[in-house]
Design a protein around this ligand. Structure first.
Ligand code: XMP
Length: 516
């Protein structure tokens, strides 16, 4: 793989994705991983990400200089560029002026990274410190008004550095610079294609599963659908899919899933109604992490029950059902800690919430993939477009969109409001524009209103429309006022318990997309 060493910036995932867009496989590792362990992964190249610190600050993250001596091509970006300079004997300091945003840059024609790009180009900067002198053996290949050393390279040692961010779309030739590094600097081939990913995963699944039975947790979303399609391609009818109705679904969702899979994908789906189990387990619980853990646990319990049911039906011929498919994605793994030392922000129910007494072995064919790769693979596998293009919906469902205790009546209230929002967004042609729009019921909050001749004392509904590329960062979507007005009118007129509709205008960060 190409290793992307994460220095604590939100950019590491973006870098890893851009590398894969160049059809080269990449993995993220924390900067705290010892260099020897990084080398064990036999990296084809290494990219050092940006980060929030100053290289000379006390306790600033750094990397052992031996990484530059292993003969592996290295590209340092922003903070990674500065760490590289400092480690190899260059000089890094505060320039007094910050460069932020679009910056005019002059690049050298005789440079590996800038081959095929204009000599004058705009790049995206975000830094206060700068490299003031390149280490010995390096040639300076770009400069700006404020930053004389804005890029450098030492082709003999295959070491390269950029002060700016090639991974953001605001650097028009950023992707080209990354590709130049990967193809020319590191001599890699663009072989990470969806066809190859499918072949590789199919083989892996067959090797893992053998002739045993597999069951799959279908949620109706993109991830579990594509995971199921992959496993189905690998082991055919050894796969049985279950759709757990946990009672936390949106209106009409169960019927939709039942139709879609059987008819268009030829995958066997058994629906199990477990809503009572989940609602009982959630009774009296308001704390978000507690809810998530309970939902994750009950999911597994539901599947164990399904397993017993299947075994009973199969009678004496029953082969053990030992495997459970999960549509876990790479960002879930990274955000949940991934065992590699990144911060745990929320325990996603399909990773952090698994109970210890799990009796299934997990099959997670999407564990190394980003969402856009999953969609691409889904299309190639023939998963219907309406499933592949579906907006994300969290596994814990409406359970984490009711702030306060989850009860059946509150779910019905939220379902009614959510349906109105979805109908109006679709009618207004907004589905492509937004990433998703959680609708949240503030069940523990009441406010006074007036309707007809009477005083009301009802709950607020929060609209959380967001635009995003990957859910790691997001901005709130500026929905048209008249659309907001229609949604608000319809909800307050027809959903009994609700007398107020409010708009969440917070980006991520600092807010997460969901409220819990
Ligand atoms: P946050 O709230 O962390 O959400 O900004 C990021 C994206 O992840 C979805 N989400 C989940 N998906 N299981 C899932 O499958 C979960 O536990 C979960 N929590 C959040 C959320 O809808 C958004 O798209």
């Amino acid at each position: 793989p190409v290793l992307v060493v994460d220095f604590g910036a939100q950019y590491a995932q973006l870098i890893a994705r851009r590398v894969r867009e160049a059809k080269v496989y990449s993995e993220i590792v924390p900067h705290t991983m010892p260099v020897a362990k990084m080398l064990e992964k036999d990296p084809a190249a290494i990219i050092l990400s940006g980060g929030p610190s100053s290289v000379y600050a006390e306790g600033a993250p750094s990397i052992d200089a031996e990484i530059f001596e292993a003969g592996i091509p290295v590209l340092g970006i922003c903070y990674g560029f500065q760490t590289m300079a400092a480690a190899l004997g260059g000089k890094v300091g505060r320039t007094g002026t910050r460069e932020y945003g679009h910056t005019d840059t002059k690049v050298e024609s005789e440079s590996c990274l800038f081959a095929g790009t204009p000599l004058d180009q705009s790049v995206w900067m975000s830094h206060g410190d700068a490299v003031q002198a390149a280490p010995e053996g390096f040639q300076v290949t770009a400069s700006t008004k404020e930053t004389p050393v804005a890029a450098f390279e030492d082709p003999a040692r295959k070491l390269y550095g950029l002060q700016w961010h090639p991974e953001v779309k605001h650097s028009p030739f950023g992707q080209k610079a990354l590709e130049n590094f990967l193809y020319e600097g590191a001599g890699l081939e663009p072989t990470w294609t969806s066809g190859n990913i499918i072949d590789e995963q199919v083989e892996k699944i067959r090797a893992q599963v053998g002739d045993k039975q597999v069951i799959c947790a279908l949620s109706g979303g993109v991830d579990s659908s594509v995971a199921a399609a992959l496993v189905h391609k690998a082991v055919g009818d050894q796969l049985t899919c279950f759709f757990i109705d946990h009672g936390l679904l949106r209106a009409g969702e169960r019927e939709q899933v039942e139709q879609d899979y059987a008819s268009s994908m030829g995958i066997k789906v058994v629906t199990i109604d477990e809503s009572k189990r989940f609602l009982d387990a959630l009774a009296g619980v308001s704390e978000p992490e507690a809810k998530r853990k309970i939902i994750g646990r009950e999911f597994i319990r539901s599947f164990e029950a399904a397993q017993r049911q299947l075994l009973a039906e199969a009678g004496d011929n029953a082969k053990d059902i030992e495997f459970l498919v999960q549509g876990t994605l790479y960002p879930d793994v990274v955000e949940s800690g991934g065992g590699e030392g990144t911060a745990n922000i929320k325990s996603h129910h399909n990773v952090g919430g698994l109970p210890d007494d799990l009796t299934f072995e997990l099959v997670e064919p999407l564990r190394d993939l980003f969402k856009d790769e999953v969609r691409e693979i889904g299309r190639q596998l023939g998963v219907p477009e309406k499933i592949v293009a579906r907006q994300p919906f969290p596994g814990p469902g409406l359970g984490i969109r009711i702030i306060g205790e989850v009860t059946f009546d509150r779910l019905e209230t939220l379902r009614a409001a959510d349906l109105i929002v979805r109908e109006e967004l679709t009618a207004a042609g907004m589905d492509e524009e937004i990433w998703q729009c959680p609708v949240v019921l503030l069940a523990d909050v009441r406010s006074v209103g007036v309707q007809g001749d009477g005083r009301t004392y009802g709950h607020p509904i929060v609209l959380r429309p967001v635009s995003s590329e990957d859910a790691m960062t997001a901005d709130w979507t500026r929905l048209p006022y008249d659309l907001l007005a229609r949604i608000s009118n319809r909800i307050t007129n027809s959903v009994e318990e609700v007398n107020r509709v409010v708009l969440d205008c917070t980006s991520k960060p600092p807010g997460t997309i969901e409220w819990e």
